[in-house]
Write a protein that binds this ligand. Structure first.
Ligand SMILES: [Zn+2]
Length: 298
């Protein structure tokens, strides 16, 4: 295939570990910015996917180059701002639990969208918050308190001086990266000694993935490397970090979100029925398959 680049296992030296899992299900030219809009109702496009038999790492084998991805994300739409108030609390809770006594100096979020979690960090006492976000629309929606600290574009080594941050976090972003180990190593460099990294990703071996298989929303062209609890810790530790805690995440989205994101038939009917009964806005905490990790730079 021309125009695509081939990804390798992050952990093994050659291709001997790879097993075919899913075939590519779209044609050249099918991909546009709508397909790359975070947390949208899924299109079910995905690349050819393979799994490492040694570690369980699941990944897209032939992907678009970063320049093409950055263009697609730049035009992507914010489709989940209605849930930001719920998500920011879900994301904060593990930090409170597992990062007791952390320094609340400068924080960076990679893929910060409209900066809603940066607002949470400010409210919790962080002195300075920064974010990187490729979507222009997302930054335009940011609150005044955080907008100035948001840099448009991908997270790069040149973007910030080494040793700048006490906390670097990133949610549902690591699995969108073509070279997650390079980004993790850059995170390590940008942290101060003793600084913390905090990541949340989909669980490639979670309940949702197991039950729905290829129809799972995580089997998606946006996802390049999909981790399980073991491979997430391996990736973080290979990049120089020490794991503080790895844990499952529960997301308390409203019922209508779960219906929208489940690979179910009759979605419109179900949504209309749940709205009709006044149930669609009720928060439903579910552990469907996100995992988190807090790690330290020593
Ligand atoms: Zn492997």
């Amino acid at each position: 295939m021309s125009g695509y680049i081939t990804k390798q296992c992050l952990f093994c030296g050659d291709d001997a570990c790879l097993r075919d899992v899913y075939a590519r299900n779209f044609q050249d030219g099918d991909l546009d910015s709508d397909v790359f809009s975070a947390r949208r109702v899924t299109e079910h496009f995905h690349y050819k996917m393979v799994r490492c038999a040694n570690t369980g790492l699941l990944f897209s084998r032939e992907i678009l180059p970063d320049e093409a991805l950055e263009r697609l994300y730049a035009g992507s739409k914010v489709t989940f701002s209605g849930y930001a108030g719920i998500i920011r609390k879900d994301y904060w809770r593990p930090l409170e639990r597992y990062a007791k006594g952390m320094r609340m100096g400068a924080a960076l979020e990679i893929g910060c969208s409209s900066g809603f979690f940066l607002e949470e960090l400010l409210e919790r006492g962080f002195r300075e918050v920064h974010g990187c976000e490729p979507s222009l629309e997302a930054k335009a929606l940011a609150a005044d308190t955080v907008k100035e600290g948001i840099r448009t574009g991908f997270f790069t080594d040149e973007a910030y001086p080494d040793g700048s941050f006490d906390l670097i976090c990133s949610f549902q972003t690591l699995d969108h990266l073509s070279d997650p180990l390079a980004v993790l190593r850059t995170c390590h460099a940008k942290l101060k000694p003793g600084g913390l990294a905090y990541f949340i990703v989909h669980n490639a071996d979670g309940l949702q993935a197991k039950v729905f298989g290829e129809k799972s929303p995580i089997i998606d062209v946006e996802h390049i490397y999909l981790f399980n609890p073991a491979t997430l810790a391996m990736a973080v530790e290979k990049s120089g970090f020490e794991t503080v805690k790895a844990f499952p995440i529960s997301n308390s989205y409203p019922l209508e979100y779960w219906i929208n994101h489940a690979p179910l038939p009759f979605k419109k009917t179900l949504l209309a029925a749940s709205r009709g009964m006044g149930l669609s806005g009720i928060g439903v905490p579910l552990r469907l398959g996100n995992i988190g990790i807090v790690a330290r730079k020593n």
